[in-house]
Design a protein around this ligand. Structure first.
Ligand SMILES: [Zn+2]
Length: 156
């Protein structure tokens, strides 16, 4: 197996964590790698954890590594890629201690719901009416004309 760090996807993970308000996840202790050489045609990604024995023995806190199986992940549409990342992040428990939540918890309906929430959080905000652009009300005040006239008032 050959592994490559994926800093761009780590950034995306940071966005997901922020959008979903997952305060139990520390983006600095979640890394992403891609792998090549998997024989599986089915597995899109895996979530690895630094086991407790290594955390204690090496005196480093828990870390998680999400592995994206290039042969299967890379050709997914963007939606499915993001859902895969959400799925893998769901495996990390509230304790962030080196264990996992299993597939009783990490299920497609939960992932889909969170994906919708993520999309909403990422949507650009509705632009406010620019301050320097006069609203019909403002024209009315300026020119002292009836609001009825204003509906035909040129806006440009
Ligand atoms: Zn899973």
């Amino acid at each position: 197996m050959e592994y490559t760090p994926e800093p761009a996807i780590e950034k995306e993970i940071g966005q997901i964590i922020q959008a979903l308000e997952w305060e139990h996840l520390d983006p600095n202790r979640i890394r992403v790698v891609s792998s090549r050489g998997s024989r599986s045609r089915r597995i899109l990604a895996r979530c690895h954890a630094l086991p407790k024995a290594l955390q204690t023995g090496l005196a480093i806190p828990a870390h998680y590594v999400i592995e994206l199986v290039s042969e299967n992940y890379d050709c997914l549409p963007e939606i499915e890629k993001t859902k895969t990342l959400i799925h893998e992040l769901l495996h990390i428990p509230m304790t962030f201690g080196g264990g996992f939540r299993n597939h009783d918890y990490v299920r497609a309906p939960r992932v889909n719901k969170l994906y919708e929430k993520y999309l909403k959080a990422m949507a650009p905000p509705v632009p406010a009416f620019p301050e320097n652009q006069k609203t019909p009300e403002a024209y009315h005040l300026t020119f002292q004309i009836e609001p009825k006239t204003i509906s035909n008032f040129p806006t440009a």
